[in-house]
Structures are given as structure tokens and as C-alpha cells.
Design a binder for this molecule. Structure first.
Ligand code: HEC
Length: 372
């Protein structure tokens, strides 16, 4: 017969021993940083061991035979299989979403770092802009304190200052040069104008100030390149930029051109058209007495024979030389002018080509006046 009390004793004794061993194994597993799943498995192994020992000490069963034996065997397999399958399905399963989550976590760290780096780059740019503003302010102060100072931070500071859109002023200037197709007639660095319509500009920065370049672009008649008189007279450099270009474009373009300082490339010298020829006519000459001596300090009068043009006067200098500027316009060509001094007079006709913006509009009138 089955010895009930001793079986119960054995189960309790070995069950407790298994639990203690299992607890120790969990502790060791934790200390060795085994995942919780493994720790649980160690515990289960310990309990299985205890079960084996309980079975070994269990009292013998009545022998089973025939169909019953087969049925019990099958039932045993079914229970064991169910335990294994059930147990396995309780273990953590491979889940694609899980893995994605893990990868996402890794990426997140990298992304956050990249974002942080970008932010510091933005900060750097902002700090550079702030510094630039300071430089400009300092430069302005400097001009206030010492107007003639050569200690200006001018073009160099300007040149690196970002233009709208974050571009440097020079890059913007280059862009404007392309945009307005200056290269159709001009060459820089050997590029542009195949037909040599206009002058090479490689050394223009040594010949013209930013201000003069600006004036030339907005008013083609302001100056001309030496050797290009014919082209200038024909007005080949377009006179439309004042309408087409914004102030911002003009500033950038002029700043860029002013940096072109290559003396090795023969850039024609600019010749400034001094008085705006379209607006005036100069009468000049010498006053001499009967013996050919200069007559200084004598008033000379030039009277245009045109209602709306005022008569002008000038006094001769020690050499007897005078120069009178008359306000004659393009359409006034052909106006008769009477030049007189001390009762002596000479008539001339002011003729000029209204389209010629280079040749000075002037006439020499020498007078011989009575001595005394
Ligand atoms: C259709 C032809 C043409 C185009 C386009 C043109 N130019 Fe000119 N440019 C000339 C000619 C010709 C001259 C020489 C005669 C003169 O000075 O008027 C000249 C002269 C100049 C000079 C003086 C050069 C010197 O050596 O003194 C400058 C500076 C200049 N151009 C700048 C420009 C800029 C900037 C542009 C574009 C916005 C431009 N030009 C577009 C034809 C052109």
C-alpha cells in the first residue's frame, strides 16, 4: 500500500530544497546579468530536479497492463507535450515590431545628435552674423570718431557679409553679373565676350572705385574705357540697368567687380566724361591786345541767341585766358553765340552731334581788344 505520510513528507522536503536551489540559481543568474527569462528557466530546472528526486523516492505503483497501459502511456505523452508547447508559447516570441522598435531607438539617439549638431551650426552662423553687425557698428563709430581714418573695415568686411539668402556679397555679385549677362560684352578670367565688344574687366578694381563702378553701370555715359571711344559714342554699353537692376544687385555687382585686381591683364583705363556734355557748351579762348600781350581781369560775355538760355560771363586770368560754360542741351545744337569783351565781338555757331557723348562740346574764341 502507499505510504501516504512519508510521500507527503518527501514532497515537502524535496520541494523546499528545489525552491531554495532555484532561488540561489536566480540570484547567481542575476549577478551574472542573465536575462530574466534565463533566471526563470534556472528556477524551473531546479524544481524539475526536485520532482525527479520525489519520483525516485515514490512508492511503487501497481503494475498496469494491456490497453490500460497503452492509454496511460499516450496520456502521459499528451500531458508532457502540452506542458512543453504551452511553456514554449509563454516564452517571449520574435516580433518584427519589437525589432523595429529597437532599431528605432538606436536611430533616435543618432538623429538627436545630428539635430543637436545642426542647431549648434545655426548658432554659429547666428553668432557670426551678430559679430558682423558689431564690426559694422564699430566701423561706423570709427568713421564718426575719425572721419579721415584709413582704419576702415570697409570692403573686406562687406565682402564676407552674407547677402539676402545667406550668400556672401561676392557670390551674389557674381550671380548678378551672370544674371544681367555682362559677359556678353566683357571678359573676366578669360571667359565671356568672344567678339571683344567691350573691355576686359580683370583689373577694373585697380582702376575704378566701387562708387565709380556703380555710376558707370547706372549711367553708361559717366566714363568710357580708353580705346573704346567709338563704342562709347555709339552707346554700346546698355543704358538700361538703372531700370532693370535693384540697388541690392548694384551694390553686390560693384563690390564683386571692385575685387578684380589682376594687373597682368590689360584692362583699359577709364576716362571720365567730366562735364555732362549733353547739358553744356564751353566757350574758351585768349584775350590779347594789339601787340599780342595777354589782357588779364577783363570780363568776357557769351550770349546765346536763344530765349531760354542765359548769357554767361567770366573774367580772364593772368594769361588772358577765359572759359565760359553755357547751358546748351542736345537739342540746342546750331545755336548762334555772340562772344564779346570791351566792345569787341565775335559770332560763332555751336554745332555738335547730339548723340556724341564723348567729344567735348566747345569752341575756341580768341579776341583782340584795344589796349588800356
Ligand atoms: C552690349 C555690350 C555690353 C554689355 C552687355 C555690358 N557692357 Fe560694359 N561696356 C561695354 C563697352 C563697349 C564698354 C566700353 C565703352 C564704354 O566705356 O562705354 C564698356 C565699359 C564698361 C566698363 C568700364 C571699363 C573700363 O575699363 O573702364 C565697366 C566697368 C563696365 N562696362 C561694366 C559692365 C557691367 C557690370 C555690365 C553688366 C551689368 C556691362 N558692363 C554690360 C559694353 C557692354
Amino acid at each position: 500500500m502507499i505510504d501516504q505520510p512519508s510521500l507527503l513528507k518527501s514532497v515537502i522536503k524535496k520541494g523546499v530544497a528545489g525552491a531554495v536551489v532555484g532561488a540561489i540559481l536566480i540570484g547567481v543568474g542575476k549577478a551574472l546579468a542573465f536575462p530574466p527569462v534565463f533566471q526563470t528557466m534556472f528556477f524551473i530546472y531546479a524544481m524539475l530536479g526536485a520532482a525527479v528526486f520525489i519520483l525516485l523516492d515514490a512508492p511503487a505503483m501497481n503494475p498496469i497492463r494491456g490497453i490500460r497501459a497503452a492509454a496511460v502511456l499516450v496520456a502521459f505523452y499528451v500531458v508532457i507535450s502540452a506542458a512543453y508547447i504551452g511553456g514554449a508559447s509563454l516564452l517571449p516570441q520574435y516580433d518584427p515590431e519589437d525589432e523595429k522598435g529597437k532599431i528605432e531607438k538606436l536611430l533616435k539617439v543618432k538623429r538627436e545628435k545630428a539635430e543637436h549638431d545642426l542647431k549648434s551650426l545655426d548658432e554659429l552662423i547666428q553668432r557670426a552674423a551678430a559679430l558682423d553687425t558689431k564690426v559694422q557698428a564699430l566701423s561706423a563709430r570709427l568713421k564718426e570718431v575719425a572721419p579721415d581714418s584709413t582704419l576702415s573695415l570697409g570692403p573686406a568686411a562687406d565682402a564676407v557679409k552674407p547677402a539676402p539668402g545667406g550668400m556672401s556679397l561676392l557670390a551674389r555679385g557674381m550671380e548678378v553679373y551672370e544674371l544681367h549677362e555682362c559677359y556678353n560684352c566683357h571678359k573676366i578670367g578669360g571667359k565671356g565676350s568672344v567678339k571683344k565688344r567691350g573691355p576686359v574687366l580683370d583689373n577694373i578694381g585697380n582702376l575704378l572705385t566701387i562708387d565709380d563702378i556703380k555710376k558707370k553701370i547706372f549711367d553708361a555715359s559717366y566714363l568710357y574705357a580708353e580705346g573704346f571711344e567709338k563704342e562709347h559714342k555709339k552707346g554700346q554699353m546698355p543704358d538700361k540697368y538703372k531700370e532693370l537692376m535693384t540697388e541690392e544687385e548694384l551694390n553686390a555687382l560693384a563690390a564683386y567687380l571692385s575685387t578684380l585686381k589682376n594687373p597682368a591683364v590689360d584692362t583699359p583705363k577709364p576716362v571720365f566724361v567730366k562735364t555732362k556734355m549733353e547739358h553744356g557748351f564751353i566757350v574758351y579762348g585768349y584775350l590779347r591786345d594789339g601787340r599780342g600781350n595777354p589782357v588779364p581781369g577783363l570780363e568776357v560775355q557769351a550770349k546765346p541767341m536763344k530765349e531760354d538760355v542765359r548769357t554767361a560771363t567770366a573774367k580772364t586770368n593772368l594769361e588772358g585766358y577765359y572759359e565760359i560754360f553755357l547751358h546748351l542741351h542736345n537739342e540746342d545744337s546750331g545755336t548762334k553765340i555772340t562772344v564779346s569783351a570791351k566792345g569787341v565781338q565775335k559770332d560763332i555757331v555751336a554745332t555738335y552731334d547730339p548723340n556724341d557723348k564723348v567729344t567735348k562740346r566747345q569752341a575756341a574764341v580768341d579776341l583782340s581788344v584795344p589796349a588800356g
